[in-house]
Design a protein. Structure first.
Length: 365
C-alpha cells in the first residue's frame, strides 16, 4: 500500500466515488468480462453485487454513514475479535527467528498468507468459516505483525518462502492449500514454483505478479524505508484512527469500506510496526527488486488447480494481472472479478472467500 502524507482529502462526490470504486454507471450494464460467472458464483457474490447496485445510486452522505457503521464498536457477532485472535497466537522457534502463527482446525492443512502492512488477523473471517474443513495455518511473515526475525535476517520474499517451508516442517505438515493476498501472493508463487509438490491448490487474490512486482505504488515506501523514515508513518494513524481511514492512508486506499475498519483492528496491524521501527524499515527496504523475475517458466508447470479472485477497485496492482495469471497456470480454475473491491477485500468479504475455497477444495458448506 502507498504511504500517505496525512493531508485531509476534499469531500468525495458520488461520481468520483463511483469512479474510484469502479462501480457501474447508472444505465450501463456490467460487462461479462468484468464480472462473468456461472450460477454458483452469482449466488456467492450476490451480496457484493447488491452493494454495488445500492452504492451506484447513493448520495455521498449515505456512503459516509454506511462506511462509518461499526468503526469503533465490537466485532460482528460470531467473528473472532482482536483479543481472541491474540490468545490463539503461538510462536515457532525457527532458524529465521521467532515466528508468530495461529493454528486452528483439523485435517488437511490450509496456509493463509497476508498482505503488507497487515498480519495474520487479516484472515480471521476465513478461519471462522473454514476451520471445520481444514487445519488453518496463519503465520505473520517476518518483519510484520508479531513475528520476531533474527538479527540480520533477510526479509525478502524468497527468504519468507524458506521460512514458511521451515514452519510447515516444524508443524509436520506435508502439503497445503494456499490462500494469498497482496505481498503474500509473491511468497505463494515462490512456493508453487519451488515446492509445487507441497501445494494441493491455490487461491490467489490481488497481489504481486512477475510483470507487476513491486507495484508502482510501493516504490515510495521503498525509498522512505531506505531513508529510515517509513516507520514514522504509523504513529499518526494510531493516534488518529479517522486519519487512517482517509484517502491516501491504509484504510482509504486499500479497503473497500474504510469506515468499517475498526479502531482495534488498526491497532492490531500498526502497533507492532510502530513499536519496532528498525524492523519495519528493513521490511520496506526488502521490497526492492523483483523476486518473481523469471518465475513464469516454473509456474507454467504447476499442476495444482489455481483460482483467481480479483477486486476491480484496487488501485495498487494492474487491472489486467488476473488475466495474466489465468493464462499462466495450466490448471487455472478461472477468474472471478469482484466489482469495486479494493486490495484487502478478502478481509471484508470472508463469505465470498470461504465459498470460493469450499468449491476449490470440493467440500460442502
Amino acid at each position: 500500500m502507498p504511504a500517505g502524507n496525512g493531508a485531509a482529502a476534499p469531500p468525495t462526490s458520488p461520481s468520483s466515488l463511483r469512479h474510484r470504486l469502479a462501480l457501474p454507471v447508472p444505465g450501463q450494464p456490467i460487462s461479462t468480462r468484468e464480472f462473468s460467472m456461472d450460477r454458483r458464483n452469482f449466488l456467492l457474490t450476490a451480496g457484493t453485487l447488491a452493494a454495488a447496485i445500492v452504492a451506484r445510486g447513493a448520495t455521498a452522505a449515505r456512503f459516509a454513514a454506511d462506511h462509518a457503521d461499526g468503526a469503533g464498536g465490537p466485532p460482528p457477532a460470531g467473528e473472532t475479535g482482536v483479543a481472541a485472535f491474540a490468545a490463539e497466537r503461538r510462536f515457532a522457534h525457527l532458524p529465521q527467528g521467532r515466528i508468530a502463527y495461529v493454528d486452528r482446525g483439523r485435517g488437511a492443512a490450509a496456509l493463509f498468507l497476508h498482505g503488507f502492512p497487515l498480519n495474520g488477523y487479516q484472515w480471521r473471517g476465513a478461519l471462522d468459516r473454514l476451520s471445520m474443513h481444514r487445519r488453518c495455518i496463519v503465520p505473520d511473515v517476518m518483519g510484520l505483525g508479531y513475528s520476531e526475525p533474527g538479527p540480520g535476517q533477510d526479509l525478502r520474499a524468497p527468504a519468507q518462502a524458506r521460512m514458511i517451508v521451515s514452519l510447515l516442517d516444524r508443524l509436520d505438515i506435508g502439503s497445503v492449500d494456499l490462500v494469498a493476498n497482496d505481498s503474500g501472493c509473491a511468497i505463494a508463487q515462490l512456493l508453487l514454483a519451488r515446492h509445487g509438490q507441497r501445494v494441493r491448490s491455490a487461491l490467489l487474490t490481488n497481489g504481486d505478479t512477475e510483470p507487476d512486482c513491486p507495484p508502482q505504488a510501493v516504490l515510495g515506501v521503498i525509498e522512505a524505508a531506505k531513508a529510515g523514515t517509513f516507520a514514522d508513518s504509523f504513529k499518526p494513524c494510531l493516534d488518529d484512527k479517522d486519519l487512517c481511514r482517509r484517502p491516501g492512508q491504509l484504510g482509504g486506499d486499500t479497503f473497500t469500506f474504510p469506515g468499517r475498519l475498526r479502531d482495534d483492528t488498526i491497532d492490531m496491524y500498526l502497533a507492532p510496526l510502530a513499536a519496532h521501527p528498525a524492523r519495519s524499515n528493513a521490511y520496506g527496504r526488502a521490497a526492492e527488486g523483483n523476486p518473481l523475475a523469471g518465475i513464469s517458466t516454473a509456474l507454467r508447470r504447476v499442476k495444482a488447480p489455481v483460482r483467481i479472485v480479483w477486486g476491480t477497485g484496487d488501485t495498487i496492482f494492474k487491472p489486467d494481472m488476473p488475466d495474466y495469471l489465468d493464462r499462466l497456470f495450466p490448471n487455472s480454475r478461472g477468474v472471478l472479478r469482484v466489482p469495486g473491491a479494493k486490495l484487502f477485500f478478502p478481509e471484508e468479504f470472508p463469505d465470498l472467500i470461504a465459498g470460493e475455497l469450499r468449491t476449490l477444495w470440493g467440500v460442502d458448506g
